[in-house]
Design a protein around this ligand. Structure first.
Ligand code: TYM
Length: 338
């Protein structure tokens, strides 16, 4: 990337999200917000992982719409499409090609241990397809294709990062230093934002109960109401511990958005009640998301601009991806093209 010398070479970041529903506050705090902070110091690629989405059945028109909306939400949140490569996974065939190759260097036993596969198969008994099983291999291909050093994700992707590292190391042991072995970047606070209704469960865009999650495009009053209804406990004391998962979750949200430590938040809320906590958390979310929502509305009007980003960023990603793919193809012994 670029013409910089080795000493000043920026490291590479890769991350992505599935366009399977509205982005939640969990996605935002666990991943997107960190991408924004990191973008200036790295060469970054942020992907809309539409290939991953079809491991569950999708309505084609809805998937197309959500993919575009996700891309606009990345930009509205503050990712600069001139500095970063923001693109659709399906526009870069090398992801699928490398995934096939890596499938042959991944063991069934490893994939069987993936907790997300187990969870998703339990939820979708009627459609336990092979794609759902090999999902982590495609994710490894996404990351390794761009020689990413760092992968900023929420806590639930940790296991997928571990298998990515294992696959990379296995391949390198056979063929030499082909892949950079990536490190996960998981925030200390906010790596696992919980459901507002069942705080022992992760906040998820696929939750049937809309009060369980905040969508990043939710109207301010809707946000305030959802936080007001958040499940807490009957202890009535604001403290940070696992016996009070609802309060802990609200404090995590507050700290991530206001940039405060848990200690300073606890002293701020000392002597206050759950009503005050919820009010301030609601305001912190509204303050954070309102500018994003305004920018999103502007981007929606700007079809040509978005089209041009999709085109140029897709081309850049393809160029980079080809370098690694061709190297891998050579290493495993495929004949070179004449
Ligand atoms: P996805 O689309 O489920 O989630 C996108 C990102 O949001 C994080 N996240 C959360 N963080 C905190 N609290 C939550 N409640 C919460 N829910 C979701 C996720 O950890 C993730 O970082 N497999 C990935 C997509 C992917 C990918 C990749 C990521 C495909 N290829 C390569 C990184 C690199 C996924 O399904 O994320």
């Amino acid at each position: 990337m670029g013409t910089e010398t080795k000493a000043e070479k920026k490291q590479i970041i890769f991350s992505g999200m599935q366009p399977t529903g509205v982005l939640t506050l969990g996605n935002y705090i666990g991943a997107l917000k960190n991408w924004i902070h990191l973008q200036d110091n790295y060469h970054s690629l942020f992907c809309i992982v539409d290939l991953h989405s079809i491991t569950l059945r999708q309505d084609p028109a809805v998937l197309r719409k959500r993919s575009r909306e996700l891309l606009m939400q990345y930009i509205a949140a503050g990712l600069d499409p001139e500095k970063n490569i923001i693109f659709y996974q399906s526009h870069v065939p090398a992801h699928s090609e490398l995934a096939w190759i890596l499938n042959c260097y991944t063991y069934m036993g490893e994939l069987n241990r993936m907790t997300q596969f187990k969870e998703k198969s339990e939820k979708n008994e009627a459609n336990i397809n092979a794609g759902l099983f090999t999902y982590p291999v495609l994710m490894a291909a996404d990351i390794l294709l761009y020689q990413a050093d760092l992968v900023p994700v929420g806590d639930d992707q940790k296991q997928h990062l571990e298998i990515t590292r294992d696959i990379a190391q296995r391949f390198n042991n056979i063929y030499g230093e082909v892949f950079t072995v990536p490190e996960p970047y998981i925030p200390k606070v906010g790596a696992r934002i919980m459901s507002l209704q069942e705080p022992m469960k992760k906040m998820s865009k696929s939750d049937d109960n809309e009060n369980a999650y905040i969508g990043i495009l939710d109207e301010p009053n809707r946000i305030r109401n959802k936080v007001k209804r958040a499940v807490t406990d009957s202890l009535g004391v604001i403290s940070y511990n696992d016996d009070q998962p609802g309060v802990k979750n609200l404090l995590n949200i507050y700290c991530s958005l206001r940039g405060e430590t848990v200690e300073s938040a606890l002293s701020h809320f000392e002597g206050k009640g759950y009503g005050d906590l919820k009010k301030e958390v609601g305001e912190a979310i509204v303050d954070e998301l309102t500018p994003l929502q305004d920018r999103f509305k502007e981007l929606e009007k700007n079809k040509d601009y978005i089209d041009q980003i999709i085109k140029t960023n897709g081309e850049k990603a393809n160029q980079l991806a080809q370098r690694t793919l061709q190297k891998v193809q050579r290493k495993v012994g495929f004949p070179s093209r004449i």
